[in-house]
Design a protein around this ligand. Structure first.
Ligand code: FAD
Ligand code: NAI
Length: 476
């Protein structure tokens, strides 16, 4: 029976990165993954992120943004493109090609780093002395390997809505939403979270009438509410997304003509039929095929594998990372936990600061943040100061034709240490990195204010917001 120092179960951004790092550190490493490609006929590494999440969604967001820009924004640059057409199937093909390139890249990295890759579902069998026994089920063909250390990285799956079953024909989860080859005339989305907004934006830009039905009364409750309010205005008033908050979904039925949704909004009964309905109401940890019970691997009250701050489970030498454990369900959080666990197995003492994990929503304008929101600081009774600056008068943003949005820097009133940075605007997915570095280095807003920022760049708005925190904005 093959024995390994480290066996990783799951090859998403948590698992594959953990496996590579473990191998780099000299461990004999294997990674078991059950992911298959879109056609379902070959293994595909990379998990949710590469196959049906981060990467394909960003590819479609870009294609749809190009089309929208050609339709609506080129004219102000003096460019006329004649009559415009797009081919949704071609967009999907392009997206699929990017996915194939990247998932193939992981296979290459595994070979390069000598990570042994097994296809199939991994599950706990038991223990043999110091070694954990892991069964691998490859479409009924079974084998067993042994590992001193196991890293569980089995990710998450869409949270089901009890009222309707996803069939990925008319009722779609993220997988179906990323594979529509025709634009639905009327698209319904349940949940105005990250997936709802990103997928709603894609299909809206391509011509669908999009209605997003959100149960919560607050839009983007996890975001700073100044930024969330600004976003809501752009998405609804300017872009025409119909976002209904405080909705109670009463029934969903699949009909001949589409999907009928009956719901209550502000005490009134509503009845809408959509051509397609996306259900995006969050994700739940994926522990189904692990046989966790057989070895007593503990879960928390929400079904996540229970871990401490070091990603240790209740079992010796069994670790868990990424979406299957507490914390934000983000690819970079999963990867960084993977690296940290591999290094801990090697006796190192890496540290991952949960307070500086950035969030990005890839709408247009983009939304990004790191650290505490103003609402959190108020609730915690922290004495803070703030500086804001807009993209409206930023030369680069004007040149790009994207002069919308705000950067807000929140800093401790006494020490000036940065506590949170919140952004909505062009390419803030990239700008947020400066704020993350600053917070990691425990910088003050004055530190950012005294750093030279290139001109003309979007980053000058971050600089200006930091100056504003000290009431010395130059252009405000
Ligand atoms: P996963 O990526 O879910 O990988 C888990 C892997 O384990 C899968 O390959 C699965 O097949 C395999 N597996 C499960 N059980 C077993 C088993 N028993 N045996 C063997 N293999 C098993 N995050 C971002 O940071 N940025 C984004 O832009 C972003 N966009 C997203 C867009 C969408 C539409 C979605 C759905 C998610 C997005 N996310 C994004 C979230 C991101 O995809 C996840 O946080 C990330 O993939 C989690 O990584 P993971 O390694 O924990 O799990
Ligand atoms: P989400 O948690 O972001 O949003 C789900 C939304 O659905 C919430 O606003 C919630 O209030 C609402 N909701 C829940 N039940 C409902 C119901 N019965 N009726 C109506 N609304 C309901 O989850 P989402 O969008 O499914 O995405 C899952 C996760 O994937 C995200 O939390 C994020 O971690 C990750 N992701 C990250 C992205 C990024 O980093 N850019 C992009 C897409 C997903």
């Amino acid at each position: 029976m093959s024995q390994f120092d480290v066996v990783v179960i799951g090859a998403g951004p948590g698992g594959y990165v953990a496996a590579i790092r473990a191998a780099q550190l000299g461990f004999k490493t294997a990674c078991i993954d059950a992911g298959v490609n879109k056609a379902g006929d070959a293994p595909a590494l990379g998990g949710t992120c590469l196959n049906v999440g981060c990467i394909p969604s960003k590819a479609l967001l870009q294609s749809s943004e190009h089309f929208h820009a050609a339709q609506h924004d080129f004219a102000e640059h003096g460019i006329s493109a004649g009559s415009l057409h797009f081919d949704a199937a071609k967009m999907i093909e392009r997206k699929d090609a990017i996915v194939t390139k990247l998932t193939g890249g992981i296979k290459f990295l595994f070979q390069k780093n000598k990570v042994e890759n097994f296809f199939g579902f991994g599950s706990f069998k038991g223990k043999n002395g110091d070694f954990w026994q892991i069964d691998i089920d490859n479409k009924g063909e079974k084998s067993t390997i042994e590992a001193k250390h196991v890293i569980v990285a089995t990710g998450s799956v869409p949270r089901p809505l009890p009222l309707v079953e996803v069939d990925n024909v008319n009722v779609l989860d993220n997988e179906g939403a990323l594979n529509l080859t025709e634009v639905p005339a009327k698209l319904g989305v349940i949940g105005s979270g990250v997936i709802g907004l990103e997928m709603g934006s894609v299909w809206k830009r391509l011509g669908a009438e999009v209605t997003i039905l959100e149960a919560a009364p607050t839009f983007l409750a996890a975001a700073d509410q100044q930024i969330a309010k600004e976003a809501f205005k752009y998405f609804t008033k300017e872009q025409g997304l119909n976002i209904e908050l405080g909705v109670k979904i009463e029934s969903i039925s699949k009909e001949k003509k589409g999907v009928r949704v009956q719901y209550e909004l502000n005490g009134a009964k509503k009845d809408e039929t959509f051509d397609k309905l996306i259900v995006a109401i969050g994700r739940i940890p994926n522990t189904q095929k692990l046989n966790a019970e057989a070895v007593g691997l503990a879960k928390d009250e929400r079904g996540f594998i229970a871990v401490n701050e070091l990603c240790q489970t209740n079992l010796p030498n069994v670790w868990a990372i990424g979406d299957v454990v507490r914390g934000p369900m983000l690819a970079h959080k999963a990867s960084d936990e993977g690296v940290a666990v591999a290094e801990r197995i090697a006796g190192q003492k890496p540290h991952l600061d949960f307070g500086t994990i950035p969030w990005v929503i890839y709408t247009d304008p983009e939304i990004a943040w790191v650290g505490k929101t103003e609402e959190q600081l108020k609730a915690e009774g922290v004495d803070y100061k703030k500086g804001t600056s807009g993209f409206g008068a930023n030369g680069r943003a004007l040149g790009l034709g994207k002069a919308k949005g705000t950067v807000k820097v929140l800093a401790d009133a006494k020490t000036d240490r940065i506590l949170g940075v919140h952004m909505i605007g062009p390419m803030v997915s990239e700008l947020i990195a400066e704020a993350v570095v600053a917070m990691e280095f425990k910088a003050s807003s004055e530190d950012i204010a005294r750093i030279v920022h290139a001109h003309p760049t979007l980053s000058e708005v971050v600089h200006e917001a930091a100056l504003a925190a000290d009431k010395r904005a130059l252009h405000g």
